[in-house]
Design a protein around this ligand. Structure first.
Ligand code: SAM
Length: 275
């Protein structure tokens, strides 16, 4: 029986195209169109949007994005085995699905956005998800070429992205994400929703860029957060010793006895700019 969108069920697509999931490519597929629909709807409105999807695989989320009315979806997939399956979706939605057969780490987002902005929606491959997020967060051009990110991560990574000062999850990723974006966990997804099921729970995270983040020299921000969280149990006067220690902290009005996880994002930016 075809699915509500008139295309074959995803299990049949996987079988017909020999898409046995590969661990090396982080392939945990979502076959439940109710769930992919729910994820796609988090990025509404889609009617005027170009959506970039990383890792469409057999196309469950791709189909949901198109069924929810995305004007255009650009899907970047590294596994050549998936391309024929995706072409069938493209034929079903003429002119609305562009397939790029490539490693997403090598794709220039601003070229895809063509001067406008895109919404990124993805059930990310876990092995490259954090790197892709860091690339999107540290774009030179700001506001960036993306207007929102709606992404699946392992729950533990999602908690690190959205963590506030004082939390055990607060670290380098939280500072970078908090500096340039507003981030929130929208809902969790149980391992049983995936084929094959991963070992851990996942979460959908949404990030929206801040229009005017505090200006900061990115390499310095990275150096300061790496030093501070590299020794997160130590006082900052110790962990930041090589960067100026007590004198630096006093200069920006931060008590040298504090620890990394108590500092706000603004305080990290002030430290980076003074170091
Ligand atoms: N979107 C599909 C779904 O929700 O069922 C598949 C998600 S699966 C977690 C991750 C997908 O990303 C796989 O299709 C995998 O082949 C693809 N992938 C892995 N590494 C990639 C990379 N560097 N660039 C683009 N796609 C990649």
């Amino acid at each position: 029986m075809p699915s509500p969108d008139g295309l074959p069920p995803l299990r049949d697509v996987i079988e017909a195209h020999g898409l046995a999931p590969k661990k090396s490519l982080g392939q945990n597929f979502l076959l439940d169109l109710n769930l992919t629909g729910r994820i796609a709807r988090q990025a509404l409105p889609l009617g005027e949007a170009t959506v970039v999807e990383v890792g469409p695989g057999p196309g469950g989320l791709t189909r949901a994005l198109l069924a929810e009315g995305a004007k255009k979806v650009v899907a970047i997939e590294k596994d050549p085995r998936c391309i024929a399956a995706l072409e069938e979706i493209a034929a079903h939605y003429p002119g609305r699905l562009e397939i790029i057969s490539a490693d997403a780490l090598t794709v220039d987002l601003s070229e895809l956005a063509k001067g406008g902005t895109v919404k990124i929606v993805a059930n990310l491959p876990y092995n490259v998800g954090t790197q892709l997020l860091l690339d999107w967060l540290t774009a030179e051009e700001w506001p960036p070429a993306w207007e929102s990110l709606t992404l699946m991560f392992q729950k533990e990574v999602a908690q690190r992205i959205v963590a506030a000062p004082g939390s055990n999850h607060y670290g380098r990723l939280s500072v970078l994400a908090g500096w340039r974006a507003r981030a929130a966990i929208l809902f969790d997804v149980s391992p049983a929703a995936f084929t094959p099921p991963p070992k851990v729970t996942s979460s959908i995270v949404q990030l929206v860029p801040r229009e005017a983040p505090m200006p900061a020299a990115l390499p310095k921000l990275e150096t300061v957060t790496a030093a501070a969280f590299g020794q997160r149990r130590k006082m900052l006067r110790q962990s930041l010793k090589a960067l100026g220690g007590e004198a630096l902290l006093t200069r920006v009005g931060i008590d040298p006895q504090r620890r990394a996880e108590t500092l706000s994002v603004d305080e990290f930016v002030r430290l980076a700019n003074a170091s």
